[in-house]
Ligand binder design. Structure first.
Ligand code: GAP
Length: 437
């Protein structure tokens, strides 16, 4: 029995996704032509579509479809007092240790990474004592060197919702219980970025801060409600339920603001890994900023917050890993159609027959305003299907000689490679109804 087999299989699964991401334009290493910048990634044309689709679906389910949540978009740069009050300046840190042989730095709480590093040295590794390493990324603002103001890029997008709490209450009709939803970039000086985009220094979060009455019963009810909602959302977009689970945080690992916390984890090739946190933040943040709420009867209180904090990049990575399929003949991404970068690809059966090209081009032009639509007339039809399969395009429309006679085309399904004939006039409602499923 080869005991290293599972490790090698996991590595190879990751290598396949990393290679496909680069080859097809999902994700590239950041600043690659200058040797890269550790912990940063650039999304290519397909990756940008995938990420936008994840964000669109999140916004639809959390903000658009609900009466009790409003959306905001707060600034990345905030007055530094925000981060002092929020506790991030004093408490947003990871325990850092350094290998005394090679001076590489690690997180003391990541036991597997430490063990794996120890195997790289022949002699026994000596470690420095753990010390707290603050994760906030510093930057400077201002035009005069001596007067430059030091500030932080936001370490979580969350604080933008809290500092605008009173603005939202006074400018909208929300009443407790209600939520503020937001999507945006966050920055962390991670000690060990790694596992592709999983742990980056610049990443995107999609978060809901849901304000409830300051009582355990209310908070616990909403905590359970939001746990269910968020897990169901990932399942509804096709993520394999067997690879999803909750993990409750131990008392020792909870963030400084959390009364209780549970992570949604995915079984990645590198092990069960968090990609969304559900937190009961109690009244920690609003109290820290000196904010409160007055209800219709004049009662004053500081609301509690149930937070759902998901990573757009981690979701994108796990949707990709989950969708990756191969059967020896082809590789395909079985992404949910609403997440797929392109919904439809249109081809003329032959790339050198004007009648077929003209007809296909007309269909392409008609579909393009409604769906992300790809065009391909290179090589043979089989190669074009394979290329779209790898990009995760759920449907390929082919215009053949029969199309010229009876006004129908073939629509090929990415997942089972089956084809059906559909009338050209009915293509738009056909795809719209498929996307609504
Ligand atoms: N507002 C709460 C908060 O920020 P968190 O557990 O620190 O909580 C929430 O982060 C989510 O943000 C994580 O579940 C993950 O998806 C994403 N995230 C955090 N750090 C990340 C990193 N270094 N790289 C990529 N995503 C990250």
């Amino acid at each position: 029995m080869d005991e290293n087999l599972p490790v090698r299989q996991a590595q190879s699964e990751m290598e396949k996704i990393v290679a496909l991401s680069k080859r097809r334009g999902f994700i590239y290493p950041g600043s690659e032509i200058y040797g890269g910048l550790t912990g940063t990634w650039d999304y290519g044309p397909l990756g940008t579509e995938l990420k936008n689709n994840i964000k669109k679906e999140w916004w639809r389910s959390i903000v658009q479809n609900r009466d009790d949540v409003v959306g905001i978009d707060a600034a990345i740069m905030m007055n530094p007092i925000v981060w002092e009050k929020s506790g991030h300046v004093s408490a947003f840190s990871d325990p850092l240790i350094e290998c005394k042989i090679c001076h590489q730095r690690f997180r003391a709480d990541k036991k597997e990474e430490i063990l794996s590093h120890e195997k790289t040295h022949k002699e026994k590794t000596q470690w420095t004592e753990p010390r707290k390493f603050n994760l906030l990324v510093k930057t400077y603002l201002g035009t005069i060197e001596e007067d430059k103001q030091e500030l932080f890029l936001r370490g979580e997008i969350t604080q933008g919702a809290f500092v605008n709490f009173e603005n939202v209450v006074s400018s909208t009709r929300v009443k407790i219980p209600f939520g503020i939803g937001q999507i945006g970039k966050a920055f962390r000086n991670e000690i060990t970025p790694g596992n592709f985009t999983y742990r980056s220094r610049e990443f995107e979060q999609m978060e809901l801060e849901f304000f409830v009455r300051p009582e355990d019963t209310d908070a616990n009810k909403w905590f359970e409600y939001w746990k269910r909602e968020r897990l169901d959302w990932y399942k509804s977009l096709g993520m394999n339920p067997d690879k999803l689970r909750f993990r409750k945080h131990e008392d020792t690992e909870r963030a400084h603001y959390a009364k209780s916390a549970e992570d949604i984890e995915y079984e990645a090739p590198f092990g069960w890994s968090e990609f969304e946190g559900i937190h009961n933040r109690g009244d920690y943040d609003l109290k820290a900023h000196g904010l409160g709420y007055t209800d219709e009867d004049g009662g004053k209180f500081v609301p509690w917050v149930i937070e759902t904090s998901g990573g757009v990049d981690r979701s994108a990575l796990f949707f990709l890993l989950d969708a990756y399929k191969e059967d020896g003949k082809r590789v395909w991404l079985s992404l949910h159609p609403r997440l797929a970068p392109f919904k439809v690809a249109v081809f003329p059966l032959l790339g050198n027959k004007k009648e077929l090209i003209d007809k296909a081009r007309k269909i392409y032009d008609e579909l393009k305003p409604h769906f992300m639509t790809a065009w391909d007339d290179r090589g043979n039809i089989g190669k074009r299907y394979l290329s779209q399969d790898e990009a995760g395009t759920p449907w390929c429309v082919t215009v053949d000689f029969q199309s010229l006679d009876d006004g129908t085309v073939t629509v090929r399904n990415r997942d089972n490679a089956e084809q059906e004939r559909v009338k050209i006039d009915e293509l738009e409602p056909y795809f719209k109804s498929k996307l609504a499923e």
